[in-house]
Design a protein around this ligand. Structure first.
Ligand SMILES: [Zn+2]
Length: 378
Protein backbone atom coordinates (compact mmCIF):
# COMPACT_ATOMS: atom_id res chain seq x y z
CA UNK A 1 0.00 0.00 0.00
CA UNK A 2 1.36 3.38 -0.94
CA UNK A 3 1.40 6.08 1.69
CA UNK A 4 -0.97 8.94 0.95
CA UNK A 5 1.07 11.96 0.00
CA UNK A 6 -1.55 14.26 1.52
CA UNK A 7 -3.87 13.46 4.42
CA UNK A 8 -6.73 15.87 5.09
CA UNK A 9 -7.93 15.39 8.65
CA UNK A 10 -10.77 16.73 10.77
CA UNK A 11 -13.24 17.34 7.91
CA UNK A 12 -16.85 16.39 7.24
CA UNK A 13 -17.51 15.17 3.69
CA UNK A 14 -20.44 15.93 1.42
CA UNK A 15 -21.61 12.42 0.48
CA UNK A 16 -24.08 13.49 -2.25
CA UNK A 17 -26.97 14.21 0.09
CA UNK A 18 -25.59 15.24 3.49
CA UNK A 19 -22.44 15.65 5.57
CA UNK A 20 -20.61 12.76 7.21
CA UNK A 21 -19.15 12.96 10.70
CA UNK A 22 -15.56 14.16 11.03
CA UNK A 23 -13.18 11.94 9.06
CA UNK A 24 -9.98 11.85 7.00
CA UNK A 25 -9.20 11.77 3.27
CA UNK A 26 -5.93 10.54 1.80
CA UNK A 27 -4.63 11.69 -1.58
CA UNK A 28 -1.82 10.14 -3.58
CA UNK A 29 -0.76 11.54 -6.93
CA UNK A 30 -3.98 12.58 -8.67
CA UNK A 31 -6.38 10.28 -6.86
CA UNK A 32 -8.26 9.98 -3.60
CA UNK A 33 -6.79 6.83 -2.02
CA UNK A 34 -8.50 6.56 1.37
CA UNK A 35 -11.64 7.86 3.03
CA UNK A 36 -12.22 7.38 6.75
CA UNK A 37 -10.08 5.47 9.13
CA UNK A 38 -7.88 6.98 11.78
CA UNK A 39 -5.57 9.86 10.95
CA UNK A 40 -1.99 8.74 10.39
CA UNK A 41 -0.05 7.92 13.56
CA UNK A 42 3.03 9.72 12.36
CA UNK A 43 2.72 13.39 11.49
CA UNK A 44 2.93 13.26 7.76
CA UNK A 45 4.49 16.26 6.12
CA UNK A 46 1.43 16.47 3.92
CA UNK A 47 -1.18 16.58 6.69
CA UNK A 48 -3.80 19.30 6.29
CA UNK A 49 -6.01 20.11 9.27
CA UNK A 50 -9.52 20.82 8.01
CA UNK A 51 -10.42 22.43 11.37
CA UNK A 52 -13.90 20.89 11.36
CA UNK A 53 -14.67 22.32 7.91
CA UNK A 54 -16.45 20.67 4.98
CA UNK A 55 -14.87 18.90 2.02
CA UNK A 56 -16.81 19.04 -1.27
CA UNK A 57 -16.01 17.32 -4.57
CA UNK A 58 -14.64 19.82 -7.10
CA UNK A 59 -17.53 21.68 -8.74
CA UNK A 60 -18.73 21.04 -12.29
CA UNK A 61 -20.17 23.86 -14.45
CA UNK A 62 -22.38 21.96 -16.89
CA UNK A 63 -22.82 24.77 -19.42
CA UNK A 64 -19.94 27.03 -20.45
CA UNK A 65 -18.27 28.37 -23.59
CA UNK A 66 -14.57 28.56 -22.82
CA UNK A 67 -11.90 30.02 -25.10
CA UNK A 68 -8.68 30.38 -23.14
CA UNK A 69 -6.59 29.42 -20.14
CA UNK A 70 -7.39 32.65 -18.25
CA UNK A 71 -11.05 31.65 -18.21
CA UNK A 72 -10.10 28.17 -16.94
CA UNK A 73 -8.02 29.83 -14.22
CA UNK A 74 -11.06 31.91 -13.18
CA UNK A 75 -13.15 28.73 -12.91
CA UNK A 76 -10.49 27.07 -10.78
CA UNK A 77 -10.19 30.07 -8.43
CA UNK A 78 -13.91 29.55 -7.64
CA UNK A 79 -13.59 25.83 -6.99
CA UNK A 80 -14.71 24.60 -10.42
CA UNK A 81 -12.54 21.69 -11.53
CA UNK A 82 -14.57 20.45 -14.54
CA UNK A 83 -16.41 22.42 -17.25
CA UNK A 84 -18.71 21.19 -20.00
CA UNK A 85 -18.34 23.33 -23.13
CA UNK A 86 -21.70 23.53 -24.90
CA UNK A 87 -20.38 24.66 -28.31
CA UNK A 88 -17.40 26.49 -29.70
CA UNK A 89 -16.93 28.02 -33.15
CA UNK A 90 -13.50 26.41 -33.19
CA UNK A 91 -13.46 22.79 -31.97
CA UNK A 92 -9.64 22.95 -32.05
CA UNK A 93 -9.78 25.51 -29.20
CA UNK A 94 -11.83 23.12 -27.05
CA UNK A 95 -9.34 20.36 -27.92
CA UNK A 96 -6.32 22.52 -27.02
CA UNK A 97 -7.80 23.28 -23.58
CA UNK A 98 -8.37 19.64 -22.70
CA UNK A 99 -6.42 18.10 -19.86
CA UNK A 100 -4.03 20.98 -19.21
CA UNK A 101 -2.25 20.07 -15.97
CA UNK A 102 -3.42 22.08 -12.97
CA UNK A 103 -6.47 23.54 -14.79
CA UNK A 104 -10.13 22.46 -14.93
CA UNK A 105 -10.79 19.60 -17.31
CA UNK A 106 -12.85 20.51 -20.37
CA UNK A 107 -15.38 18.24 -22.06
CA UNK A 108 -17.06 19.69 -25.14
CA UNK A 109 -19.54 19.52 -27.97
CA UNK A 110 -17.50 21.38 -30.60
CA UNK A 111 -19.85 22.66 -33.31
CA UNK A 112 -23.59 22.64 -32.49
CA UNK A 113 -26.26 21.39 -34.90
CA UNK A 114 -28.41 24.31 -36.05
CA UNK A 115 -30.93 25.17 -38.75
CA UNK A 116 -29.64 26.20 -42.20
CA UNK A 117 -29.81 30.00 -42.45
CA UNK A 118 -30.16 30.30 -38.67
CA UNK A 119 -28.37 32.78 -36.42
CA UNK A 120 -25.56 30.37 -35.50
CA UNK A 121 -24.13 30.22 -39.03
CA UNK A 122 -25.23 33.66 -40.28
CA UNK A 123 -24.49 35.85 -37.22
CA UNK A 124 -22.60 33.94 -34.54
CA UNK A 125 -19.61 32.83 -36.59
CA UNK A 126 -20.22 29.08 -36.70
CA UNK A 127 -19.02 27.43 -39.96
CA UNK A 128 -21.62 26.28 -42.50
CA UNK A 129 -20.95 22.64 -41.56
CA UNK A 130 -22.73 23.44 -38.30
CA UNK A 131 -26.07 23.69 -40.18
CA UNK A 132 -27.98 20.42 -40.65
CA UNK A 133 -30.23 20.17 -43.74
CA UNK A 134 -32.13 16.89 -43.17
CA UNK A 135 -31.95 13.38 -41.73
CA UNK A 136 -29.11 12.21 -44.01
CA UNK A 137 -27.18 15.38 -43.20
CA UNK A 138 -27.70 14.63 -39.49
CA UNK A 139 -25.59 11.48 -39.92
CA UNK A 140 -22.91 13.52 -41.72
CA UNK A 141 -22.95 16.06 -38.86
CA UNK A 142 -22.62 13.46 -36.08
CA UNK A 143 -19.84 11.58 -37.93
CA UNK A 144 -17.91 14.87 -38.19
CA UNK A 145 -18.32 15.50 -34.44
CA UNK A 146 -17.04 11.96 -33.72
CA UNK A 147 -13.95 12.79 -35.84
CA UNK A 148 -13.57 16.01 -33.79
CA UNK A 149 -13.63 13.91 -30.58
CA UNK A 150 -16.77 15.65 -29.30
CA UNK A 151 -17.89 14.36 -25.88
CA UNK A 152 -21.58 15.02 -26.56
CA UNK A 153 -23.77 16.50 -29.30
CA UNK A 154 -25.34 19.95 -28.88
CA UNK A 155 -28.53 20.66 -30.82
CA UNK A 156 -29.96 24.18 -31.16
CA UNK A 157 -33.71 23.60 -30.91
CA UNK A 158 -35.44 26.85 -31.79
CA UNK A 159 -39.12 27.69 -31.68
CA UNK A 160 -40.51 27.82 -35.26
CA UNK A 161 -43.10 30.39 -34.08
CA UNK A 162 -40.43 32.94 -33.13
CA UNK A 163 -40.41 35.69 -35.74
CA UNK A 164 -37.22 35.80 -37.80
CA UNK A 165 -35.95 32.48 -36.42
CA UNK A 166 -34.91 29.45 -38.46
CA UNK A 167 -35.69 26.23 -36.59
CA UNK A 168 -34.62 22.61 -37.11
CA UNK A 169 -37.71 20.51 -37.95
CA UNK A 170 -38.78 17.64 -35.66
CA UNK A 171 -37.62 14.85 -38.01
CA UNK A 172 -34.11 16.35 -38.32
CA UNK A 173 -33.83 16.67 -34.52
CA UNK A 174 -34.94 13.04 -34.15
CA UNK A 175 -32.35 11.96 -36.77
CA UNK A 176 -29.63 13.85 -34.87
CA UNK A 177 -30.58 12.11 -31.63
CA UNK A 178 -30.65 8.71 -33.32
CA UNK A 179 -27.25 9.22 -35.00
CA UNK A 180 -25.75 10.49 -31.73
CA UNK A 181 -27.04 7.53 -29.75
CA UNK A 182 -25.75 5.13 -32.42
CA UNK A 183 -22.33 6.74 -31.92
CA UNK A 184 -22.69 6.39 -28.14
CA UNK A 185 -23.01 10.14 -27.59
CA UNK A 186 -25.40 12.01 -25.34
CA UNK A 187 -27.50 14.84 -26.83
CA UNK A 188 -27.99 18.28 -25.28
CA UNK A 189 -30.67 20.63 -26.62
CA UNK A 190 -30.73 24.41 -26.33
CA UNK A 191 -34.41 25.25 -25.68
CA UNK A 192 -35.86 28.53 -24.36
CA UNK A 193 -39.59 28.23 -25.11
CA UNK A 194 -42.17 25.58 -24.24
CA UNK A 195 -42.48 24.64 -27.94
CA UNK A 196 -38.72 24.10 -28.19
CA UNK A 197 -38.71 22.01 -25.00
CA UNK A 198 -41.59 19.96 -26.47
CA UNK A 199 -39.68 19.40 -29.75
CA UNK A 200 -36.53 18.33 -27.87
CA UNK A 201 -38.49 16.03 -25.56
CA UNK A 202 -40.37 14.46 -28.47
CA UNK A 203 -37.09 13.72 -30.29
CA UNK A 204 -35.67 11.92 -27.22
CA UNK A 205 -32.96 14.46 -26.35
CA UNK A 206 -31.08 13.49 -23.17
CA UNK A 207 -30.40 16.91 -21.63
CA UNK A 208 -32.40 20.12 -22.01
CA UNK A 209 -30.41 23.26 -21.36
CA UNK A 210 -31.92 26.63 -20.48
CA UNK A 211 -35.63 26.52 -19.58
CA UNK A 212 -38.78 27.91 -21.15
CA UNK A 213 -39.48 31.55 -20.35
CA UNK A 214 -42.95 31.84 -21.98
CA UNK A 215 -44.42 29.39 -19.46
CA UNK A 216 -43.06 26.92 -16.92
CA UNK A 217 -42.56 23.30 -17.92
CA UNK A 218 -45.58 21.34 -16.72
CA UNK A 219 -45.53 18.52 -14.15
CA UNK A 220 -46.57 16.13 -16.96
CA UNK A 221 -43.63 17.19 -19.16
CA UNK A 222 -41.21 16.92 -16.25
CA UNK A 223 -42.47 13.46 -15.24
CA UNK A 224 -42.16 12.22 -18.85
CA UNK A 225 -38.59 13.54 -19.11
CA UNK A 226 -37.66 12.05 -15.73
CA UNK A 227 -39.16 8.67 -16.67
CA UNK A 228 -36.65 8.25 -19.48
CA UNK A 229 -33.69 9.54 -17.46
CA UNK A 230 -33.43 12.96 -19.09
CA UNK A 231 -32.07 16.00 -17.24
CA UNK A 232 -32.39 19.79 -17.08
CA UNK A 233 -29.50 22.31 -16.98
CA UNK A 234 -31.58 25.47 -16.51
CA UNK A 235 -28.82 28.17 -16.60
CA UNK A 236 -30.90 30.50 -14.39
CA UNK A 237 -28.04 33.02 -14.21
CA UNK A 238 -28.07 33.40 -17.99
CA UNK A 239 -31.87 33.46 -18.29
CA UNK A 240 -32.30 36.09 -15.57
CA UNK A 241 -29.80 38.35 -17.36
CA UNK A 242 -31.23 37.63 -20.81
CA UNK A 243 -34.87 38.23 -19.81
CA UNK A 244 -33.97 41.71 -18.57
CA UNK A 245 -32.17 42.56 -21.83
CA UNK A 246 -34.89 41.17 -24.14
CA UNK A 247 -37.76 42.88 -22.30
CA UNK A 248 -35.93 46.21 -22.55
CA UNK A 249 -35.78 46.04 -26.37
CA UNK A 250 -38.42 48.24 -28.02
CA UNK A 251 -38.70 45.88 -31.03
CA UNK A 252 -39.43 42.98 -28.67
CA UNK A 253 -42.01 45.04 -26.77
CA UNK A 254 -43.73 45.84 -30.08
CA UNK A 255 -43.78 42.15 -31.13
CA UNK A 256 -45.20 41.29 -27.72
CA UNK A 257 -47.95 43.92 -28.01
CA UNK A 258 -48.87 42.50 -31.41
CA UNK A 259 -48.82 39.02 -29.81
CA UNK A 260 -46.25 37.87 -32.39
CA UNK A 261 -43.47 36.94 -29.94
CA UNK A 262 -44.10 34.72 -26.91
CA UNK A 263 -43.57 36.35 -23.48
CA UNK A 264 -40.15 36.17 -21.80
CA UNK A 265 -40.33 35.95 -17.99
CA UNK A 266 -37.51 34.72 -15.74
CA UNK A 267 -40.12 33.53 -13.25
CA UNK A 268 -41.15 30.77 -15.69
CA UNK A 269 -37.59 29.42 -15.80
CA UNK A 270 -37.40 29.59 -12.00
CA UNK A 271 -40.73 27.78 -11.69
CA UNK A 272 -39.53 25.10 -14.14
CA UNK A 273 -36.80 24.16 -11.63
CA UNK A 274 -39.37 23.71 -8.85
CA UNK A 275 -41.54 21.59 -11.18
CA UNK A 276 -38.50 19.49 -12.21
CA UNK A 277 -37.56 18.92 -8.56
CA UNK A 278 -41.07 17.82 -7.63
CA UNK A 279 -41.16 15.41 -10.62
CA UNK A 280 -37.76 13.87 -9.83
CA UNK A 281 -36.26 15.32 -13.04
CA UNK A 282 -32.48 15.66 -12.53
CA UNK A 283 -31.26 19.28 -12.41
CA UNK A 284 -27.61 20.20 -13.02
CA UNK A 285 -25.96 23.58 -12.47
CA UNK A 286 -24.68 25.40 -15.54
CA UNK A 287 -24.06 29.08 -16.15
CA UNK A 288 -23.58 29.61 -19.92
CA UNK A 289 -20.48 31.68 -19.09
CA UNK A 290 -19.22 32.97 -22.42
CA UNK A 291 -17.21 35.71 -24.07
CA UNK A 292 -19.19 35.78 -27.32
CA UNK A 293 -19.66 39.26 -28.71
CA UNK A 294 -23.23 38.56 -29.87
CA UNK A 295 -24.41 36.87 -26.68
CA UNK A 296 -27.20 38.72 -24.84
CA UNK A 297 -25.60 38.21 -21.41
CA UNK A 298 -22.16 37.34 -20.12
CA UNK A 299 -22.18 35.45 -16.80
CA UNK A 300 -18.74 35.73 -15.17
CA UNK A 301 -16.40 32.78 -15.53
CA UNK A 302 -16.25 31.00 -12.17
CA UNK A 303 -18.18 33.22 -9.78
CA UNK A 304 -21.40 32.79 -11.78
CA UNK A 305 -21.63 29.11 -10.78
CA UNK A 306 -22.08 30.34 -7.21
CA UNK A 307 -24.77 32.75 -8.45
CA UNK A 308 -26.39 29.74 -10.14
CA UNK A 309 -26.27 27.66 -6.93
CA UNK A 310 -27.96 30.49 -5.04
CA UNK A 311 -30.62 30.84 -7.76
CA UNK A 312 -31.25 27.07 -7.66
CA UNK A 313 -31.81 27.36 -3.90
CA UNK A 314 -34.06 30.38 -4.54
CA UNK A 315 -36.00 28.18 -7.02
CA UNK A 316 -36.63 25.50 -4.40
CA UNK A 317 -33.61 23.18 -4.21
CA UNK A 318 -32.14 22.62 -0.75
CA UNK A 319 -28.51 23.77 -0.44
CA UNK A 320 -27.44 20.09 -0.40
CA UNK A 321 -29.44 19.47 -3.60
CA UNK A 322 -27.78 22.50 -5.20
CA UNK A 323 -24.33 21.11 -4.34
CA UNK A 324 -25.33 17.75 -5.84
CA UNK A 325 -26.46 19.69 -8.95
CA UNK A 326 -22.86 20.87 -9.37
CA UNK A 327 -21.14 17.58 -8.44
CA UNK A 328 -22.74 14.11 -8.40
CA UNK A 329 -25.65 14.92 -10.74
CA UNK A 330 -23.69 16.27 -13.75
CA UNK A 331 -21.07 13.52 -13.24
CA UNK A 332 -23.82 10.91 -13.48
CA UNK A 333 -25.68 12.52 -16.39
CA UNK A 334 -22.55 12.97 -18.50
CA UNK A 335 -20.96 9.63 -17.55
CA UNK A 336 -17.96 11.22 -15.79
CA UNK A 337 -17.44 8.22 -13.54
CA UNK A 338 -14.09 9.38 -12.13
CA UNK A 339 -15.43 12.51 -10.36
CA UNK A 340 -18.39 14.19 -8.66
CA UNK A 341 -17.95 12.42 -5.31
CA UNK A 342 -15.34 11.81 -2.61
CA UNK A 343 -14.35 8.14 -2.70
CA UNK A 344 -11.18 6.06 -3.11
CA UNK A 345 -10.14 5.79 -6.76
CA UNK A 346 -11.79 9.03 -7.87
CA UNK A 347 -9.92 12.13 -8.99
CA UNK A 348 -8.68 14.23 -6.09
CA UNK A 349 -10.65 17.34 -7.11
CA UNK A 350 -11.63 18.79 -3.74
CA UNK A 351 -12.77 22.00 -2.04
CA UNK A 352 -12.27 22.74 1.63
CA UNK A 353 -15.00 25.04 2.96
CA UNK A 354 -14.85 26.70 6.37
CA UNK A 355 -18.60 27.14 6.89
CA UNK A 356 -21.40 24.66 6.16
CA UNK A 357 -22.61 24.99 2.54
CA UNK A 358 -25.42 22.48 3.20
CA UNK A 359 -26.87 25.05 5.61
CA UNK A 360 -25.90 28.23 3.76
CA UNK A 361 -25.04 27.73 0.08
CA UNK A 362 -23.04 30.97 -0.14
CA UNK A 363 -20.39 29.39 2.13
CA UNK A 364 -19.14 27.55 -1.00
CA UNK A 365 -18.12 30.89 -2.55
CA UNK A 366 -14.97 31.21 -0.48
CA UNK A 367 -13.03 27.94 -0.37
CA UNK A 368 -10.15 27.69 2.10
CA UNK A 369 -8.48 24.99 0.02
CA UNK A 370 -8.71 23.76 -3.59
CA UNK A 371 -7.14 20.59 -5.00
CA UNK A 372 -7.26 19.64 -8.67
CA UNK A 373 -5.99 16.22 -9.71
CA UNK A 374 -4.34 15.95 -6.28
CA UNK A 375 -2.45 19.24 -6.69
CA UNK A 376 -3.23 21.91 -4.10
CA UNK A 377 -3.78 25.26 -5.82
CA UNK A 378 -5.22 27.26 -2.87
ZN1 LIG B 1 -24.62 28.31 -24.18
Amino acid sequence: MTMASTMIVNVRLFDGTALTSSTTVGISDELITTVGGPPPGNTLEGTVDGNGGVLLPGLIDAHVHVDDEDQLQAFLAHGITTVLDMANQKPEITRSLRELPGLPQVFGAGLPASAPGGAHTTKMGFPLGSAVKDGADARRFVAARVRDHADFIKIIVEDPRMPGTKALPADTIAALVQASHSAGLLTVAHAVTSTAVGLAAEAGVDVITHAPMNRSITPGEAVALAARGAALVPTLTMLRGTAGIINARSMFRLLRRLNIAPPVHYENARQSVAVARAAGLAVAAGTDSNSEVGAPWHPRFGSSLHDELELLVDAGLSPAEAIAAATATPARIFGLTDRGAIAPGLRADLLLIRGDPTAEISAARTPAGIWIGGQRVL
